[in-house]
Ligand binder design. Structure first.
Ligand code: ATP
Length: 676
């Protein structure tokens, strides 16, 4: 028998079995989550709600999960809302019948656009009540806004937002969760979704765990059983693993509904066509640190090439069944079969590297039918036959490149193999993967090579190899565990089993940082027509906020400052977003604030504590709890357009760098195993 919603959650009158999930019901769960900072309680609320969706309206499980993680589609689909504050304000003003100036003033006063939308809505008397929003409807509406293109796109985006806002909070249900937090909230969460931050502190991992719990419970309940703890743990582990190899809820959720969670490893497999998130490395500051970490275990050193990470997928014409059904549009007809190249971010790079796609099939051995390759594309000097600096690679156009017009040639340096001839390889040791890689490909000078490697375990050998890497225009070394389960490929993880040694940072903090530009100061003297310095921040995924870490005014040429001024003046906002964490002292405020959009790579001499900045202030580095970490003598290196703002260096990583600086190799303080 069907259980009623009210048996499991706060009563929600309009939601009956088989009817669409009311958006208000999801927002009710969001409001509950918003009131806690405890991950276990968040997981419980999430799981409870997802269970209810499975019970009453399983067809809406996918859009529910997507709205929970603030995404419309998998990353590789390349669907982005890209909506700035000004468009949202316009829509709020039109939907609420108020002047734009009034909305702007409200925004100045309140600071949170979500609340502005809510206030504006509640002031408007609705004569003709639009039907209440549903989860599916909101997902579709947002999708339509994201995919509008062509003439008048902006106007149509505003119209789309307006439509959603006009229907928001029209169900009339008053949610009395907590006196100060209850009440309508749909407009608020729609606006926050558009801004890209729900600000619930709900990490994607938490949703994944909740989903696993919900499904395990639901499946047990259907069979009249109570799920055991071991079933729950098994379900969670399984979903995490499957998601890391096939990061697409659009594939996993329907498969789970149809075949059950325990069958996922059979129904959702790593296959060429769908990119997985690459494995990442941890920084180190000394070769001795590497030796300490790998003590007693075999490791290998590889050159760390300075180019662009690329994940190349290929399926030969003869083996079409090996191409994933879930493949995104990126997959192209290539010589010999179907192929695609994805960035570190799962973005489609196929249009940037038609020359690589054209030659791919000439690098493989006859019996290589399908593969997923992890590699670095590096600019190549054809005459001198050597690697060129990263800057050369950046001069290549990103889109619509014709193979015959390519000026900067690239060489592909392969360092890992994730799939070969129908079999995932991620759960093989690096020694095995390397052997498979070498057996499946034929190097071609200046086009395709295996990453240079050295398996010596002595400090002196590593030192010599590091020097060689630098002479060969590389950034330093990657040091990787060779054998056993610790050497398996760990998708999406920043792992202690891969360490990087960057020559430039050996004496400093171990690595450069990738930071988000939040604000700027007008220049002085020669620089008055441009911004002369900028306020940068790292990203705290737990609180979903940007924590400021330094002002920077060094490392920019005049030309770069002019370009940056042009680029950034288009995304100015009137006041800091509520999820910017910076000291409130008046004298430290920048002259202008920006939308969080650009990530810059920055070098620093060292890290220090400062009351002016907020980076890592909740990571326990300052006993008084008031100071953040800041960079000393920061220097601009380059724009990282392969990283999104929420892929910037995390507060935890900054804190870890700070701690390590205090205790170079003594291994004090906890280490962070991943970014969550
Ligand atoms: P992050 O700063 O988030 O760690 P990143 O993109 O700056 O990421 P690093 O961690 O500094 O990268 O270094 C890892 C990167 O080095 C890989 O993403 C890859 O692009 C590059 N790389 C070059 N050579 C190798 C190699 N032999 N093995 C693995 N990665 C390599």
């Amino acid at each position: 028998t069907q259980l009623k919603a009210k048996d499991h959650n706060d009563p929600y009158p309009d939601w009956k079995a088989g009817t669409p999930v009311p958006y208000a019901a999801l927002c009710q769960t969001f409001s509950l989550i918003e009131m806690t900072t405890k991950r276990l309680i968040m997981t419980e609320h999430c799981a409870k709600f997802l269970r209810q969706v499975m019970r009453l309206t399983p067809g809406d499980l996918l859009p529910t999960v997507l709205l929970m993680i603030n995404k419309l589609a998998p990353d590789y689909a390349g669907i982005e809302l890209g909506i700035g504050e000004s468009l949202i304000m316009k829509a709020i003003s039109e939907a609420g019948g108020q002047t734009l100036a009034g909305i702007k003033a409200e925004q100045q006063a309140v600071g949170d656009l979500g609340l502005v939308a809510l206030k504006t809505r509640s002031r408007q008397a609705t004569i003709l009540k639009p039907p209440p929003l549903t989860v599916k409807g909101v997902h579709q509406g947002l999708m339509a806004i994201a995919t509008v293109s062509g003439n008048g796109a902006q106007g149509r985006k505003v119209a789309g937002i307006k439509k959603l806002l006009s229907a928001a909070d029209s169900s009339g249900v008053k949610i009395d969760i907590h006196k100060d937090k209850g009440g309508p909230s749909e407009a608020k969460f729609i606006v926050r979704f558009l801004e890209g931050k729900l600000r619930l502190g709900l990490a994607e991992r938490t949703v994944l765990v909740s989903l696993a719990q919900a499904v395990v419970c639901h499946e047990a309940e259907k069979e009249g059983k109570v799920p055991s703890t071991s079933d729950m743990e098994k379900g969670e582990a399984m979903l995490k693993q499957v998601y890391s190899e096939l990061p697409s809820y659009n594939v996993i959720v329907p498969a789970m509904l149809e075949g059950g969670i325990m069958n996922l490893p059979d129904t959702c497999k790593l296959k060429p066509g769908v990119p997985l998130k690459p494995m990442l490395a941890k920084p180190t500051k000394a070769i001795t640190e590497v030796l300490d970490r790998f003590e007693g275990q075999k490791f290998t050193c590889e050159f760390k090439y300075d180019g662009e990470r690329a994940q190349i997928h290929y399926v030969a014409k003869q083996a079409p069944e090996e191409l994933s059904q879930a493949k995104p549009d990126a997959n192209q007809e290539a010589a010999g079969g179907v192929a695609a190249i994805f960035s570190r971010n799962s973005e489609d790079l196929s249009k940037k590297y038609p020359d690589v796609l054209a030659k791919l099939h000439t690098w493989i051995k006859d019996d290589t039918q399908s593969f997923v390759l992890d590699c670095e594309t590096v600019a190549w000097d054809v005459e001198e036959k050597k690697v060129l600096p990263f800057q050369q690679l950046m001069t290549r156009k990103r889109k619509d490149v014709k193979a015959e017009d390519v000026k900067v040639k690239v060489c592909v340096f392969a360092f890992d193999l994730l799939y070969l001839n129908g079999e995932p390889a991620v759960k093989k040791s690096l020694t095995e993967r390397r052997a498979l890689l070498k057996n499946a490909f034929n190097p071609v000078e200046g086009e395709f090579a295996f990453a240079e490697s050295m398996d010596g375990q002595e400090l002196e050998e590593i030192q010599v190899f590091l020097d060689e890497s630098v002479k060969a225009s590389c950034e330093g070394l990657m040091v990787k565990m060779l054998d056993g389960p610790e050497s398996w490929y760990e998708p999406s993880k920043r792992s202690r089993n891969w360490l990087k040694i960057k020559k430039d940072y050996l004496a400093g903090v171990g690595d450069s940082l990738d930071l988000v530009v939040l604000g700027a100061y007008y220049g002085k003297g020669k620089r008055t027509s441009v911004y002369g310095a900028f306020l940068l921040a790292c990203w705290n995924p737990n609180t979903e906020s940007y924590e400021t870490v330094c002002n920077i005014g060094t490392g920019f040429s005049e030309q770069v400052l002019e370009d940056l001024h042009k680029q950034l003046s288009e995304i100015t906002i009137d006041r800091p977003k509520p999820f910017y964490s910076h000291s409130s002292g008046g004298q430290h405020q920048p002259d202008v604030w920006f939308e969080p959009r650009y990530v810059w790579e920055v070098k620093t001499a060292d890290l220090t504590l400062s009351p002016r900045y907020k980076a890592g202030w909740k990571e326990g580095v300052d006993p008084s709890g008031s100071k953040g970490i800041s960079l000393r003598f920061p220097r601009f290196i380059k724009i990282r357009d392969d990283k999104k703002p929420d892929e910037a260096t995390s507060s935890r990583q900054v804190a870890e760098m700070y701690r390590k600086q205090e205790s170079v190799t003594k291994n004090k303080g906890p280490s962070v195993d991943d970014d969550f």
